[in-house]
Design a protein around this ligand. Structure first.
Ligand SMILES: [Zn+2]
Length: 306
């Protein structure tokens, strides 16, 4: 009897032990799962916060890149104010914010005067346009490059500038144009897209109909510009400096958008001498800006394609 009781007790103890072990075997993984779940939630929360911080930082950096302003005050500006600043900068680049837009253009260079012209433009913080001809000497190549590096527009004015060759036929015009365009691209890396016809689009020397040549330019994404202000410096020899200044200022006075014809030629020193006065006196005419020719420039053309 005693033995039977002792046996039952043993069995009961054994049962408890087994139940206990089973319980532990079930509980431990559940507890581990719960702990891991809590940790995971914490991590997710942290990640979300870090992502938010990162997004905010990126937005700050972008804003600074766009406007180029690196003040803490700027970061606090509203998106609307930022848009307005960008619009103002855009309007300045296009000259919309000004009453008058002046495009100084220099034909026939590069020459021994190009450096002097570029120095004056730099001194007065003016960007202009150079309608150049084809030259391959080292000095001329350096001048094409300086024109581009200093933010001016490098335009084309035919390779040879010989009327009887350029205007002999449509084929010879295309050949001359292509030669200059490829040469300028080779030495500056900029593909020129603006053209000034030798003698202007209203010249009477061309043996080809000018409209045919104009159509060719447009087919090839080239815009041509004549002028609506003549400095008068195209006359043989040197025009007196004051005459050049007066011709330019009178023309600029008369209109909102002025494309001013000047020459970059070695012997035309009075043009160089007139330049500082043209710029400073034009600025006295009011809210004016000097711009290089771009796609935003009003095309001043004596002739148009039919
Ligand atoms: Zn010319």
């Amino acid at each position: 009897m005693d033995e039977a009781i002792a046996r039952r007790k043993r069995i009961n103890r054994l049962k408890k032990m087994i139940l206990g072990m089973v319980g532990v075997a079930i509980l431990v993984p559940i507890m581990i799962c719960v702990i891991l779940a809590v940790k995971l939630t914490e991590q997710k929360h942290q990640t979300a916060q870090l992502q938010l911080q990162l997004a905010a930082k990126e937005a700050e950096v972008q804003t600074e890149e766009v406007t180029g302003v690196f003040t803490t005050a700027h970061v606090e500006e509203s998106p609307r104010e930022q848009v307005e600043i960008q619009e103002t900068e855009q309007e300045e680049a296009e000259g919309i914010a000004y009453d008058k837009r002046i495009y100084l253009t220099f034909d026939d260079g590069p020459s021994s005067n190009t450096d002097a012209i570029l120095d004056i433009l730099k001194q007065y913080d003016v960007k202009a346009t150079f309608f150049v001809v084809g030259k391959t000497d080292e000095q001329s190549v350096a001048l094409y490059q300086r024109i581009v590096e200093e933010g001016h527009t490098l335009g084309m004015h035919s390779y040879s500038h010989k009327y009887d060759e350029v205007y002999a036929s449509k084929e010879s015009f295309i050949q001359d144009l292509t030669k200059l365009q490829e040469h300028l691209y080779d030495v500056t890396g900029v593909w020129p897209r603006y053209y000034r016809f030798p003698g202007g689009s209203s010249n009477t020397v061309s043996r080809v109909k000018m409209q045919e040549l104009i159509a060719y330019l447009y087919e090839n994404d080239i815009t041509y510009y004549d002028w609506n202000v003549a400095s008068g410096d195209a006359v043989p020899g040197q025009l007196p400096k004051d005459t050049i200044v007066n011709n330019c200022l009178g023309g600029i006075q008369a209109q909102a958008d002025s494309v001013v014809l000047l020459h970059d030629v070695g012997e035309k020193d009075t043009t160089v001498a007139a330049l500082p006065e043209i710029i400073s006196k034009a600025r006295m005419q009011g809210n004016v800006c000097f711009l290089p020719i771009s796609d935003d420039t009003l095309p001043i053309q004596h002739l148009t394609a039919e």
